[in-house]
Design a protein around this ligand. Structure first.
Ligand SMILES: Nc1ncnc2c1ncn2[C@@H]1O[C@H](COP(=O)(O)OP(=O)(O)OP(=O)(O)O)[C@@H](O)[C@H]1O
Ligand SMILES: [Mg+2]
Length: 321
């Protein structure tokens, strides 16, 4: 299989079209989820209940030919509930592995901040290494293993917020807002008929665009996207600017630079180009940076928000011509 940019554009176009049969609107959200998948990274999804976070990940799994599993994180969830356990098999007179839900390809980690740190870190190790250790034995996960973790933005009570070091392992954060009025109306109409999003997904009307092996291979294709030296410097300067800001207590680390670079290449192809522009970088910067930054409390009290600081930064860092 040759992966040239025309083929990539075609695949992305068909993927978006298949996803759109189920997910109404939310175009930017779909693109960002695709960026995480196509760069072999992981994403945080934030949004109030009922904005189709679960439906989105299920739909992406079907369209990209990948398995899907969901774990609801709770305060009593144990690491072995995620990874699996060895159980004694009387017939075979030996231990056999009962694989946990992490042995999948697209994993939705719902309300990740409801489980204590030890359980969270079982997942984070798997994200980093794409393998899990059970009773000192290592097991490889799918090369396409991708975690989508949700955090409910409203209820913080009784939660264990992800430590900064762990948030850094998510390439980007996707904010899923409530649908636009027109989209909500479309949703309401479809709920009346027999083509509600859920029914459409279950009906077989949505076709896989890729196999898991093809998904693995097409990532190579993004290497052909040109990134000028000045744009590399632009990305580095944006990330470095987060570390020099009075209002920011914790700035972004080098993983953010890596994330910006990889994400901007996919953004370019999603826009039908084979070269990155400053606008690609700007478009993706807040999704890559926001969840990594921590404001100083005194600025937070004044009402400043991280997205505002990121927008200020983007206005100030010199854009290459
Ligand atoms: N943009 C949308 N496109 C299609 N369906 C939508 C959209 N927004 C909401 N829905 C509808 O909302 C329902 C709930 O979606 P889903 O269960 O995926 O939400 P969720 O964000 O995972 O909620 P929760 O946080 O409670 O788990 C879907 O079954 C679908 O009918
Ligand atoms: Mg859900």
């Amino acid at each position: 299989m040759t992966v040239d940019l025309d083929y990539l554009k075609d695949v992305l176009g068909r993927t978006r079209a298949e996803v759109a049969k189920v997910i109404i609107g939310q175009d930017a959200v779909v693109d960002r989820a695709l960026i995480a998948i196509l760069t072999n990274n992981h994403a945080l999804i934030e949004g109030v209940p009922g904005v189709a976070k679960t439906l989105l990940v299920r739909t992406l799994a079907l369209v990209l030919g990948c398995d899907f599993a969901r774990i609801q994180f709770t305060p009593d969830l144990m690491p072995s509930d995620i990874t699996g356990t060895n159980v004694f098999n009387l017939q075979q007179n030996a231990f056999t592995l009962l694989k946990g839900p992490i042995f999948t390809t697209f994993l939705l980690a719902d309300e990740i901040n409801r489980a204590p740190a030890k359980t969270q870190s079982a997942l984070l190790q798997a994200m980093q290494e794409r393998c899990v250790t059970i009773d000192r034995e290592s097991y490889a996960l799918s090369p396409n293993f991708t975690v989508f973790a949700t955090q409910n933005p409203i209820e913080y009570e009784g939660t264990y917020p992800l430590p900064e070091a762990q948030k850094d392992r998510f390439m980007l954060k996707v904010n899923m807002a409530c649908p636009e009025r027109d989209d909500e109306l479309t949703l309401a109409r479809r709920m009346l008929g027999s083509d509600s999003p859920e029914e459409t997904l279950a009906s077989g009307a949505v076709q896989p665009v890729l196999t898991p092996v093809e998904l693995e291979r097409i990532r190579e294709g993004f290497r052909a996207v040109t990134v000028r030296e000045e744009l590399l410097a632009y990305m580095v300067d944006i990330v470095r600017a987060t570390r020099m800001r009075d209002s920011i207590l914790v700035g972004a680390g080098p993983r953010a630079t890596q994330g910006l670079l990889l994400a901007s290449r996919v953004t370019a192809v999603l826009d039908g180009r084979d070269f990155v522009t400053p606008d690609d970088v700007k478009e993706i910067a807040s999704a890559v940076l926001t969840h990594r930054l921590v404001l100083r409390p005194e600025y937070e009290i004044e009402g400043l928000t991280v997205p505002e600081v990121v927008q200020d930064l983007l206005r100030e860092v010199a854009v290459p011509r």
